[in-house]
Design a protein around this ligand. Structure first.
Ligand code: EPS
Length: 393
């Protein structure tokens, strides 16, 4: 079973990803992993921290001579900022006078709920782990999962479709979305320059007013076969698994599969994707059954149906505000302004990259469960047999 976990605090020494259950023989390109980490750091509206960090994956185990060997993969990503925090956030007792407490919880962050839960009169320890910095480790693990999926011809990409009130008002093709990954000047990771300029305007407006802005990203999986996930059990349904994977990302408040949100206000005849048939297997498709459109986002009955899997994440605005909201101090119970340390004002493109990682990990897990194999050769043989079966269906 493909499993992964992360550890590490935002301003601790490093972040860690531990990934097990991958077959042996998958080529791992460290440059690919580091490019994914770089992509997560980009975007217009990111804060000062991204100028400090150059996130780089250091593989400790599980990969030898550039290939997985079937043992657990551990990856360390150094926090360069740690050197500025050794005295204020030491592992040992340190000097309490130098500790950097956060006593004015930020509305919207984990500060208050976490302080109450863990019994800290200081939100520092809570925010250290709640921070979206943790998604760095997910992206490293996801980059490994993506390399496995690419061996099966399955690719995952994302783009931004809304920032604040600025929206991409047309559909994007897979080619447009996939091409964004090669860009070295990521602005808002939008396929349409005009829409992207409007999105930038939304970020500029909140930069001026000391506020923050959220938005919507879309993750697309290309090349997935029909049959991942199952209608048999509630906790094995693909849509439920994708929802948890993406909803678990910091600041994501809604996960939509396909056109789920607008489907709620539409008629059945307008929503469902009429079925056709074509003798020819086009564009790397695995089934001859075709669809009029893909409002289902590639998932029906909790099972992938062979169309592109489309998952959208709706992000609330970042909760650290330069013009802070009202709060109450933990120590004196006096009214105060919420704590402010440097922060991002918009992270929608970065969240999209983190969501790609989560979706890749979920799809890789389900593919391994369905096709199995301790080596890539065995997995590919099993996969080929299944594809032949459904292509003949
Ligand atoms: C982040 C690193 C953090 C923030 C951001 C995400 O750096 P710092 O707290 O040192 O400025 O930029 O954190 C949050 C959005 C959050 O809510 O805590 C990163 O690497 O993505």
């Amino acid at each position: 079973m493909l499993r992964f976990a992360t550890a590490g605090e935002s301003h601790g020494e490093s972040l860690i990803a531990l990934l097990s259950g991958l077959p042996a023989g998958v080529s791992i390109d460290e440059n690919f992993v580091n490019r994914e980490l770089w992509r997560r750091q980009q975007g217009y509206g990111r804060g000062g921290r991204m100028r400090i960090e150059t996130d780089t994956a250091h593989f400790l185990s599980g990969v030898r001579h550039g290939k997985t060997i079937g043992s657990p993969i551990s990856i360390v990503i150094e926090n360069r900022d740690w050197k500025n925090w050794t005295e204020v956030l030491p592992v040992g007792a340190g000097d309490p006078a130098k500790h950097k407490a956060v006593a004015s919880p930020r509305p919207g962050h984990a500060d208050l709920a976490g302080a109450l839960k863990f019994d800290f009169p200081d939100a520092r320890y809570v925010l250290e782990r709640a921070s979206a910095r943790e998604s760095t480790a997910r992206v490293a693990a996801g980059a490994v999962a993506k390399q496995l999926l690419l061996e099966l011809g399955i690719d995952v990409a994302s783009h931004v479709i809304r920032v604040g009130r600025a929206e991409l008002e047309r559909d994007a093709t897979w080619e447009e979305i996939a091409a964004l990954r090669a860009k070295d000047d990521v602005l808002l990771n939008c396929v349409d320059p005009e829409a992207e300029a409007k999105m930038k305007g939304e970020v500029d407006a909140v930069l001026r007013t000391g506020d923050t802005v959220g938005g919507v990203f879309e993750v697309v999986v290309r090349g997935a076969p029909p049959g991942l996930g199952t209608c048999a059990n509630w906790d094995e349904r693909l849509d439920g698994i994708l929802a948890q994977a993406v909803m678990s990302l910091q600041a994501v408040k809604v996960v939509e599969i396909g056109r789920g949100v607008t489907a709620a206000e539409s008629l059945g005849s307008e929503v469902h994707d009429a079925i056709g048939y074509s003798q020819e297997l086009k564009d790397g498709r695995h089934t001859r059954f075709t669809r009029e459109h893909n409002n289902a986002g590639g998932v029906e009955g909790g099972i992938s149906n062979g169309e592109e899997i489309v998952v959208r994440g709706y992000l609330k605005p970042i909760s650290t505000l330069r013009r802070p909201l009202q709060s109450v101090r933990f120590d004196t119970r006096e009214e105060t302004k919420a704590a402010y340390e440097r922060s991002d004002v918009c992270v929608v493109p970065a969240a999209g990259v983190a969501a790609e990682a989560m979706v890749a990990l979920a799809v890789a897990r389900l593919a391994l469960e369905k096709f199995g194999g301790d080596s890539l050769r065995e997995l590919k043989r099993n996969y080929k047999g299944y594809l032949e079966q459904i292509e003949r269906f």
